[in-house]
Design a protein around this ligand. Sequence first.
Ligand code: 0A1
Ligand code: ZN
Length: 855
Amino acid sequence: MRTDTPPTIRLTDYAPPAYLVDAVHLTFRLDPAATRVAARLSMRPNPHAAPGQDLRLDGEKLTLRAAAIDGARIELNPDAEGLTVPAGALPDGPFTWEAEVEIAPKDNTALEGLYMSKGMYCTQCEAEGFRKITFFPDRPDVMATYTVRIEGDQPVLLSNGNPTAQGPGWAEWHDPHPKPSYLFALVAGDLVSHDDGFVTASGREVALKIYVRPGDQHKCAYAMDALKRSMRWDETEYGREYDLDLFMIVAVDDFNMGAMENKGLNIFNSKYVLASPETATDRDYELIEGIIAHEYFHNWTGNRITCRDWFQLCLKEGLTVFRDQQFSGDQRSRPVKRIEDVQMLRTRQFREDAGPLAHPVRPQEYIEINNFYTATVYEKGAEVIGMLHRLVGADAYRRALDLYFERHDGQACTIEDWIEVFEDATGRDLTQFARWYSQAGTPRLGVEESFEGDTYTLTLTQSTPPTPGQAEKRPLVIPVAAGLLDRQGAEVVPTRMLELTEARQSFTFEGLAARPVPSLLRGFSAPVILNRTADDAERAFLLANDTDPFNKWEAGHALTRDVLARMVRAPDTPADPELLTALVAALDDPALDPAFKALVLGFPTAEDVFRTVRQDSPPPDPAEVRVALIRLDTALARLIPDLPERIRALAVPGRYSPDADSAGRRALSGRLLGLLTRLEPDAATARAVFARTDNMTETMQALGLLVRSDNADAALAAFHARWKDDPLVLDKWFSVQAALTPPERAVETVQALTEHADFDWKTPNRLRAVVGSFAMGNMAGFHRADGAGYRFLADWLIKLDPVNPQTTARLAGAFETWRQFDEGRQALILHQLQRIADRDALSRDTTEIVGRILD
Ligand code: 0A1
Ligand code: ZN
């Protein structure tokens, strides 16, 4: 059992840095086992900090070869986390710090700092990876210009900013924009580039380059197109131009996260860059577009204006997610994008907010900052900005952002700075609104109604359940977009923004001829749970009549979820005929587009149904939830006439294109194919689609259905034979089996997959394809009653932790819902969590996550 508890870092302990760095000069002599890094830092005491302090530099896993101050050698003994230069050894004013260190990129399996991926050197410095490259005050409020020289025999040698000189075996770069160390990047390898250009609104020419491994050049066109659209969009919507002569993206196969916004040199998980019709699904294209935009938008919201400290992470992430969501909504169907974003928020963030890992959008404390790149910081952080946008309106929002860029360009800021900008731009007092940043948990919204004379009164209540460390909750400012319909389905009161600020508050609507039907929280105007006990008939009515597309979908979704919950509670309950009729009517509605229909017909996740049942009944067996989903699916399939013809009619003619309309048609035809497969014991149609299609979207739809229905042996073998040399496609082969193999055999299947010759567990994408897809995507398989699924996950977490703590801690989050389950399962999970916690030398990352889950 480990005894040393890692220290807790608190926001209230923030102190400005004792010393600032104005300029950084780095020279890298690359070698897999012994890279030399020489650093020369121009430093000075911080005028805003207490004078005469020791100089503390962060540094981990560095072998110090030599150090000097103002050219004079100094002997220092680093500890495990860095080194201290006593104040007495420093001059009063500015000075130069020099150090030469040695590091071993080939042994860096944690993928933080300088590491190697398939023979190429690359870096990941957010949040605290720079300290694994050289000794440095590795905190975001220390901003400096960087000049970098790289010596190595790789054909391509890259760093941030603009290239200044190069020769055989070396290259020099200079980044004129002061930046925090977490935005530093270096790449060296045998790479080729896909090139293009962009002329900014003010006429500046920017060279664009996407670097990939030889052979992948033909998979860059979509990412490049998305980049150019993002650059233009940021100019037209936010008035933000790019600020260097060159913008580079590099695709790497080994990466802990999605991508990284290093200044001028974004580094991407190759999964979010490379795409061709044969290898990428519609969903992949959509993600590439969104993530390219996200990283590009960070250039202003994150890089030019950065975070003072890591507690302010949502300042850049919440805002940048909000911006990428706006962008994708503009490029595609806005309602469809909104529904997808809310689905994701509910599955990931509501789940987090309801369990032991709940934390505010701006956390107050952490042990390992890498554990706070969460759905709460990102997705709820974006929702908070969406609410601000709704409350102040689009024009005031734009004014506030202009002020933000004008006032804070080049600074490291806080949430207080952000709020103040909105207060100054709009004259509003946002003190209460700011609670969204400090209060964790998902608020519950209650609804009471009355109708007298011609007046309809809506009384809204709000409450937030306690979360770890926060027993008491205070009322928030909640924008509730509401509209009213009459009984014939006509909209009698168009959308109005109700501002709920009290625990209980009434709103009146006058001049109504009859009691209306309310449509509340339109567009999902706030990240809350609406507890409205609507009956099935009202939900079916809103599904048929609501003018707000989000709420139209929401009505159908809630109805389906409630019917499923009833079917789980009482297994003899037949599939509700009213629901089925309403779904078929939506399918036949000529006013709705296929992408939207696919969402209406897409059932809630097993976890969603499980949670609904759990609200007022004992925890169900996940296997029974799955049975109910299959029963409802089958009943719906029986009721839709002509499934094969409908599928045929949705076929998109001509060459594959990832555009939103074509993708929507494929999404709906995939859903209908899923229904049809329920009626075909041998999955004949899915088999035929698999054999005939030339795009990866339909291939994966069909393969998933074959796996789900136990008909996949031949298809899996054919798929493997065709794609075994393409790592991203092979990930899909692993993932579809882990997620969709029926629960009885799922553990055995994932076990076998981890013994497969192609299972390279040190590559996070491959590991996540099996272990992550199983634990997060195969609910009934993972929660098998004998605990074999839990043991499988724990075994992998134990094995991975010494190799890659960050990815281990992330996967451990699969256990965060453990208290929702029956006592037997809780005991089994508890046993596995304790087994992990008891390991010697468990990483700080995993210690923190497992500790909080157990608390
Ligand atoms: N800032 C990146 C995400 C990112 C965060 C942490 C990382 O390593 C710990 C890597 C990437 C983004 O928001 O895209
Ligand atoms: Zn980001």
